[in-house]
Design a protein. Structure first.
Length: 302
């Protein structure tokens, strides 16, 4: 009796997983970037991990501004800026400003392979003020942790004292804001329950609403403009969206020329019954009609 033939493999390869991903490894010697598993497997937004991997692959001196990243990625400014904030809060990214003797401010961006690491072979940079999240992040002071000084930009910035004065002037107390503008902003939540503003946000938006009201725009029209075609979900505070929609002052209505006068309609006399023939006629005062007054009314034949 002949043996049965089968094309099926008798058993799986030893050590190969039966499900899930199977890596096909290739040893790279050029054009590759090493990132930690903690960063590559970071839970949360995939945009944040993608931005981190892209920044890690760039050479020193490359621009990593929001505009430069938006040119590379298809995501918009909101998602890119959110990813940068998350990386900065986790300790992977750090932006520092250094004032030069000429009074200019130079911004440097550092990207850490491991949060809290120091440049290899170079003195540790001055420690900036860290948030509570950065202070609790795991640190590794090993010499193998590298840091890249990426974007370096020179901008002119006013003195800190002048900045603090300008910010203090920008904060308008709620009691000094236009009450009608505050009422318009407070009523936005009736049209969309997500448009809840704080007192300081309402005070900052009130001057723009006041300009719209002064241009002759009705409060209902302002509400329709601010609540029309809102996104399904907000990636930022609603005050930012409202400020963007109010940033341009509408054109005011032209004043009517004094020489232009509306036509006056003639007065309509009331309808009355003639005292002689009971026929209806219009007159300012009761009495007889024209025929009765002239004696030309019809006589009844006897």
């Amino acid at each position: 009796m002949a043996d049965s033939q089968s094309n099926a493999r008798l058993r799986a390869d030893a050590g190969a997983p039966t499900s899930g991903v199977i890596h096909v490894r290739t040893r790279l010697t050029v054009d590759f970037t090493v990132i930690s598993n903690a960063l590559a497997q970071r839970r949360g937004s995939a945009v944040t991990v993608g931005v981190a991997a892209y920044i890690s692959s760039l050479p020193d001196g490359s621009s990593v501004t929001i505009a430069a990243l938006c040119e590379h990625f298809s995501e918009g400014e909101i998602l890119i800026s959110r990813a940068l904030r998350e990386l900065e809060a986790a300790g992977y990214l750090e932006r520092r400003r250094e004032r030069t003797p000429s009074g200019q401010v130079r911004t440097r961006t550092y990207f850490y392979d491991v949060p809290g690491g120091v440049p290899d072979g170079s003195p540790e940079p001055p420690k900036p003020r860290r948030s509570r999240k950065q202070a609790t992040a795991p640190t590794a002071a090993s010499a193998s942790a590298s840091v890249s000084a990426l974007a370096e930009e020179t901008v002119t910035e006013p003195e800190p004292e002048l900045v603090q004065v300008a910010e203090a002037e920008a904060l308008v107390p709620l009691a000094e804001a236009d009450p009608q503008a505050i009422a318009v902003l407070a009523a936005l939540r009736r049209a969309d329950s997500r448009l809840v503003l704080s007192e300081q946000e309402a005070a900052r938006l009130a001057p723009a609403v006041t300009r719209w009201l002064a241009a002759g725009i009705l409060p209902t029209h302002i509400t329709d403009h601010l609540t029309a075609r809102l996104p399904d979900s907000f990636l930022t505070r609603p005050a930012g969206i409202l400020a963007y929609r109010l940033k341009e002052t509408p054109l005011a209505l032209p004043a009517l020329a004094r020489s232009v006068q509306l036509p006056v309609r003639p007065a309509v006399l009331p309808l009355r019954n003639c005292d002689g023939c009971e026929r209806g006629f219009r007159s300012a005062e009761p009495g007889r009609c024209r025929d009765c007054r002239s004696g030309n009314h019809l006589r009844t034949a006897v």
